[in-house]
Write a new protein. Structure first.
Length: 65
């Protein structure tokens, strides 16, 4: 496994998933609660989990080929 490639993929996935979760959380709170608040804890949790799992899955799939 190329650790440098895995780290770059992890950071990329973390940034994208954090931005998406912040936007989704904000829109959710605006539409259903009428408040413009962002749940940062949940956004970071999802971003951390996705940044670990998604690059790992991609690495496993590339090893199978």
């Amino acid at each position: 496994m190329n650790i440098k490639r895995y780290l770059v993929d992890s950071v990329t996935v973390f940034a994208v998933s954090l931005i998406v979760m912040v936007i989704v959380g904000l829109l959710w709170n605006l539409s259903f609660h009428g408040a413009s608040t962002i749940d940062w804890a949940t956004s970071f949790r999802f971003a951390i989990v996705f940044s670990i799992i998604l690059p790992w899955i991609a690495t496993r799939r590339s090893k199978e080929k």
